[in-house]
Ligand binder design. Structure first.
Ligand code: NAP
Length: 265
């Protein structure tokens, strides 16, 4: 089975129609990939009726200037996100820490990460939330994650634990990676390398979630998984593109609507 992230994301978006929430997006510099992501987010907001406002700052902007923009847009927006990556001279921790936690729709603020760790209700990071939505019930399943970033691997591990999965997290220093991946009922790859997961690394009947967004040797978008050969062995698999990516955007919209409703209480 191919897990159609686009169709499932469309259902999530349909459930959000009619919200009067407002999202502000701040982008620093003109990284082409970030520009595409920001445009996608604006378009998705428009689809469900969320009002969005994007502020583009020059690559030379200072940490203080980015923080000043956050403060200014906070007066208007229910949700605020700063598109990553930021230019190297900017203090990313300070910037993300300056987003009011109740408006932190990407869930990168330490306060929200603390709530995630302890399992308290609140906003959840978009990509892991999208993956959980695709997976449904994971109770008792052995979920093996490859990747331990703050954006994907680590928060996903916590969310799967809260959902009563058994979780293994692998990374670049893991020895004999395939010995772990072959044990996975659910294998999630968040590495960022084309054709990184091959059929010999997958248990027959496993569910495979491909988080990677890469370019292949012909410049075509692809995930981490050698799709054809792994699909033949897996019971379910996400395509990339068209799997986790659309879910990430849908969860951003959901977080924005939730953030707006928390703030009205
Ligand atoms: P990242 O910060 O670069 O993390 C990559 C992880 O992969 C690291 O933990 C790294 O280990 C691990 N790794 C690298 N080489 C490995 C190897 N040979 N064996 C085992 N593990 C290895 O990336 P990220 O931000 O998590 O993103 C991962 C991928 O997902 C990228 O392609 C990104 O574009 C994509 N992504 C997609 C979405 C979406 O919505 N679909 C959202 C976010 C990210 P170390 O920690 O040891 O270095």
């Amino acid at each position: 089975m191919i897990i159609d992230g686009k169709a499932i994301a469309a259902q999530v978006k349909a459930s959000l129609q009619g919200s009067d929430a407002k999202l502000a997006v701040i982008m620093v510099g003109d990284d082409p990939a970030s520009s595409v992501y920001v445009r996608n987010k604006e378009r998705a907001c428009a689809e469900v009726g969320i009002r969005s406002c994007s502020r583009r700052l020059p690559a030379t902007a200072s940490t203080k200037e980015v923080i000043a923009s956050i403060a200014e847009l906070s007066a208007w927006a229910d949700g605020i996100l700063v598109q990553l990556p930021l230019p190297e001279h900017i203090d990313g921790k300070k910037v993300l820490g300056a987003i009011p936690p109740e408006k932190d729709v990407d869930c990168f603020h330490p306060y929200n990460i603390g709530k995630l760790l302890t399992g308290e209700a609140g906003l959840r990071p978009c990509t892991p939330a999208g993956i959980l939505h695709l997976l449904g019930d994971v109770r008792g399943k052995h979920c093996v994650i490859i990747g331990r970033s703050n954006i994907v691997g680590k928060p996903l591990a916590l969310m799967l634990l809260h959902a009563n999965a058994t979780v293994t997290v692998c990374h670049s220093k893991t020895k004999d990676l395939a010995s772990y991946t072959r044990q996975a009922d659910v294998l999630i790859s968040a590495v960022g390398k084309p054709r990184f997961i091959t059929a010999d690394m997958v248990k027959p009947g496993a569910v495979v979630i491909d988080v990677g967004i890469n370019r292949d040797e012909n410049g075509k978008l692809c995930g981490d998984v050698a799709f054809e050969e792994v699909a033949a062995k897996a019971s379910a698999i996400t395509p990339a593109p068209g799997g986790v990516g659309p879910m990430t955007v849908a969860m951003l919209l959901k977080n924005t609507v939730e953030a707006a409703s928390y703030q009205k209480r």
